[in-house]
Structure formats: C-alpha cells, structure tokens
Design a protein around this ligand. Structure first.
Ligand code: AMP
Ligand code: MG
Length: 393
C-alpha cells in the first residue's frame, strides 16, 4: 500500500500533455486554450453610443438642439450632423460624423412640435456615453493567454472578436463501466436488495465538468466473462477507461484480474487513505485505466484527487497536484492516524468546516459540500484553527 503523495508522484510521472486541436467555440466549454490568442479586429470596430438618447457636437454653453435625424443600431449608412444640430441615437448605433457626445434621453426634454431637445443638467461632458473604437481591444492585441480554461465569459469574448473556432488541448474519449449485480437505473422500481446506480450519473457529470463530453457508459454484472468483454472492447476504442466497483477484496470483485488479463500494466493498487483505499491506476499502450471503489463517496473522492488531476494535466492544465487553498478548520475533527483522510467539507469565508455524514456510502453531505479537506497521515486529533489543504469539488 502506498501513500497519497506516492500515488500523486506516480501519476504525475506518467502523465503527458495531450494533443491540440482546433474546435468550434460552441464545443469548447471548460477546455483549455492551447495558444495565445490575439484579436483579429478592433472591438468595437466603430465609435458607437452607449445609451439611448441624443448625439451632437457638445458645447456646454448650448442647451437646446434641433433634432434632424435618427440613427438605429445596425444602421450602416453614413450620417453627418450639422453644426449645432443633434440626432436621435440608440444604444450600439454608429456615431454620426460631426458628433462627439451622447446625452441620455432621461436627461432631456423633447418638444415634438419644434423637434427640439432641451438639456439643463451639468453631468454631461464632451465624450460622455460614447464607446470608442478599440476600447475593448485593438487589432493584434493579446486577449487570452495559453492555459486559460474556457468559461462562458471566455466564449463571449472570443465571439466578440469574430472567432468561431479556438485551438485547445484535446479532451480524451472516456468509457466508464459500472459493475455490480445490485444496481438499478433511476426510473425503475427497486426490488429488495437492489440500489440505484448513483456512480454512473455522477461520473458523467464529473467528466463533463472538466470538458470531457465524449463519454460512453457501460454496465457489467459481477461476472468475469461479461466484465472481461466490456473491458477489452473499451480498451479497443477509448483513450481512457474508468471502472466503478469490483476492485475490492470480495469474491465477486473481478476488476483487477480482468485488467491483468487485458494486458493493463498496474501503476499502483491501494492507497493509505480513507475513504477509497482500493483505488487502482494502470496504463496500456498510452491509455489510462482507473478503477474506482464502488462506494459513491469513495469513488468521488478518488476521482477528485487522482483521476481529475491526471486528465486535466493531459488536457493542458497546470498545477493540478496542488490544493486549491489552505484554510483554517472551523471545527475539531478526530481521525485514525496512519491514513490520509479526505473529508467532505464546506468553505465559509476564509475557513472550512468538516461536515457530518462522512461514511463512504453516504452522499447526503454533498447537498452542501463544495470541497474535500485533506488530513495528513500522521494526524489523529485535528483542532479547530489548524490550517488544512482544501480540494475543490
Ligand atoms: P464494490 O466496490 O463493488 O464492492 O461496492 C462497494 C459498495 O458500493 C457496495 O455497497 C455497492 O453496492 C456500492 N456501489 C457499487 N457501485 C455503485 C454504484 N454504481 N452506485 C451506487 N452504489 C454503488
Ligand atoms: Mg460490487
């Protein structure tokens, strides 16, 4: 049995960066940008109004203007404002030639007979409420650096400069195999002795969360032949294979044996940790194989602390083996020494609270948990105030 840090070292030593590919923006969410991106255009590409109102060449001594044109957003014709005149203008519409300022409509009185506006306030200065060309970014400017994870806001940014595609680190394809005779899918009734398959939907979400969407779900009963077939088929097709359950020491736990038969090289099996002692990692011809313990909390913890960092490194992320934060515990916690504990926890401000319901079958704490706290091997009583490693979920 190896320590948590040895497991991390073995995984990181065996992890290489994956390939890069250019993909459409709409499929890029959560992936990592593989090269610096420079804007191909000025944004905005023309001076435009930031408000619905009136535009003119502003003169603080003038309080009345004749309104002689109207400019809508998207109007591409050239408008020119005569000296001393104004134009009705709307948010996003191109500024006419000869105008430099927009007065919001709330600040003027409009006389529909004379078509004159009167403005008496003193808030407006020359240049007010005009978005200048290039004020977001200029053509050729660096707008996004390599290594950035793509969020919805990043997708908006790239679309705003006209990009439809982005170069990212390729997400691997994944098959996961759920093992266990006792498992039923949601939407069906349980017979006595059966439980719902919670690991399947959870794994799917965990993978999607890090940008992996090419995911194939498989199921196998606790039957050696059936499992062997499923493992062999998955290794033919996908880049990564994840198994759930059947990796412990029970008479029907066939995963390890079937992986050996399939020619998978074991990197390690069993870590000095709770939960999730019987976690397995292996490789075959560049493909990764992870076997998660069946207990849902154990599986989630092992995914979060080993599988996720590995996959994220392959997909271009840096510092994946570092905790997200170091925070002070709000409450005392007792543990067994000799094992690293990963406990379900919740951050509150700059502190972190260990939650109840820590059993490995029990998922209730995830109704509020947003992280795991890592409590090192040698600790037994951990006092409130102790600084601990926090791993975001
Ligand atoms: P195993 O690792 O196969 O011995 O399973 C350990 C425990 O986790 C058992 O109580 C299983 O019933 C439970 N379990 C295994 N797979 C799942 C799953 N997909 N969803 C929910 N519970 C599971
Ligand atoms: Mg099982």
């Amino acid at each position: 049995m190896i320590s948590v840090n040895e497991a991390r070292r073995i995984l990181s030593d065996n992890c290489e960066r994956g390939e890069k590919q250019t993909i459409s923006l709409k499929n890029s969410l959560n992936l990592i940008v593989a090269e610096d991106i420079f804007s191909p255009i000025d944004v905005p590409s023309f001076n435009n109004s930031a408000m619905d109102g009136y535009t003119m060449k502003f003169d603080e001594n003038q309080h009345q203007w004749q309104v002689d044109t109207m400019i809508q957003a998207g109007d591409t014709s050239v408008h020119k404002i005569a000296e001393g005149k104004a134009a009705r203008i709307f948010t996003g519409a191109k500024m006419p030639e000869g105008a430099d300022t927009v007065i919001p409509q709330e600040l003027v009185e409009f006389d529909s007979e004379s078509r004159e506006i009167t403005y008496k306030d003193e808030k407006i200065k020359t240049g007010s409420n005009v978005r200048l060309r290039g004020s977001q970014c200029q053509k050729g400017e660096l707008i996004l650096i390599k290594g950035t994870q793509i969020t919805p806001g990043v997708i908006g940014l790239l679309a705003s400069v006209g990009l439809a595609e982005v170069k990212v680190f390729t997400a691997p394809s994944v098959t996961y195999i759920i093992t266990g005779n006792e498992l039923k899918e949601t939407g069906t009734d349980l017979q006595e002795g059966e439980i719902y398959n919670s690991n399947g939907p959870m794994l799917e979400a965990l993978l999607n969360n890090i940008g992996i969407t090419d995911v194939t779900a498989q199921k196998a009963g606790d039957d050696k032949e059936e499992l062997q077939q499923a493992i062999d088929a998955a290794l033919e097709q996908q880049d990564v294979l994840i198994l759930s359950g059947g990796i412990s020491v029970g008479d029907y736990d066939f995963v390890k044996e079937c992986l050996e038969t399939a020619g998978v090289k074991e990197l390690f099996y069993k870590i000095k940790q709770r939960p999730g002692k019987p976690f397995y990692a292996g490789k075959k011809a560049g493909k990764w194989i992870f076997a998660l313990p069946g207990n849902p909390s154990s599986g989630l913890s092992c995914f979060n602390h080993y599988v996720k960092p590995c996959l994220r490194h392959i997909m271009g992320a840096d510092d994946v083996w570092q905790p997200n934060r170091i925070l002070a515990l709000t409450n005392d916690h007792k543990k067994k020494s000799g094992f690293t504990f990963f406990v379900k926890a919740k951050t509150t401000g700059d502190k972190v609270e260990v939650l109840g319901a820590q059993q490995s079958f029990n998922l209730q704490a995830f109704s509020t948990a947003n992280c795991f706290v890592e409590l090192e091997e040698e600790l037994d009583v951990v006092k409130a105030g102790t600084m601990v490693k926090v791993w975001d979920l």
